[in-house]
Design a protein around this ligand. Structure first.
Ligand code: ATP
Length: 236
């Protein structure tokens, strides 16, 4: 397994945001984490990256225990997070934002080629690379956030609700981009409220409720689950 999370706990004072989460992601796999607002999904991803300290449990990444490892080490090892709300620095240029993703890389030889590949893929970014990122629409900012994460050359990209606030067309673009990146061998841990689309993309998934994992299984079995359909898939 590329990522193994075992009995992870996150606490904020008296709030037990993650109360014993266990999950794994294999090399090249797409795994989904589903759950309502406040279920603890963001806290789980932050603890895996290391920006929030776990109150208990264990995280292994790429064969090493990283539970208490510094964030930059995890990023260098190939773990990256596209955070909720994108966290674009709007007063910096699009190019500067992209380059932030490569900030921790040691091998920079192929960076110009990778930048060109990202600009080829996202022509809206290419045309305005020297403008402040504030000129971008929400969808374009999401592409920039994913492009920035790609420049870290991740083995596992975690994304926190990348489709939030996007039009259906752009949601499709984000999902097809993830499929394509996964086709190139990158594993994905995807937190989403867009349940059906996410389970159509992922191989496996877990459902988090009030910090607890209440369900886990193949994406197909989750899609077919009546309880989950009632709670998260609506009538459609
Ligand atoms: P959302 O989709 O709304 O972001 P989530 O599933 O990602 O929800 P979290 O953001 O992880 O859930 O929040 C889980 C619980 O922890 C919530 O009750 C939230 O209010 C609380 N929480 C999150 N961050 C903090 C914080 N920095 N300090 C205190 N409580 C927090």
């Amino acid at each position: 397994m590329l990522l193994e999370v075992e009995d992870l706990h996150v606490r904020y004072g008296r709030t037990h945001a993650v109360a014993g989460a266990t999950l794994s992601v294999a090399e090249g796999e797409i795994v989904a984490v589903l759950g309502a607002n406040g279920a603890g999904k963001s806290s789980l991803l932050k603890a895996i990256l290391g920006t929030v300290k776990p109150a208990g449990g264990r995280i292994r990444f790429a064969g090493a225990e990283v539970t208490h490892a510094p964030v930059p080490q995890r990023i260098r090892d190939g773990l990256v997070l596209v955070p909720e709300g994108r966290r674009i620095l709007v007063s910096m240029t699009i190019e500067e934002n992209l380059l932030l993703g490569a900030g921790l890389r040691r091998d920079r030889a192929t960076l110009p080629r990778e930048m060109d590949a990202i600009y080829d893929r996202f022509s809206n970014l290419a045309a305005r690379r020297d403008m402040p990122a504030a000129v971008l629409s929400g969808g374009e900012q999401q592409m920039l956030a994913i492009g920035r994460a790609m420049l870290a050359k991740p083995r596992l990209m975690m994304l926190d609700e990348p489709s939030l606030g996007l039009s259906p067309l752009l949601v499709d673009r984000v999902f097809s981009l993830l499929r394509e990146l996964n086709g190139g061998g990158m594993a994905v841990l995807l937190v989403e409220q867009n349940t059906r689309k996410t389970l159509e993309l992922a191989a496996r998934g877990s459902v988090l409720e009030l910090g607890r994992m209440v369900m886990a299984g193949s994406a197909a079995s989750l899609l077919a689950d009546e309880g989950l359909q009632r709670a998260y898939l609506g009538a459609g």
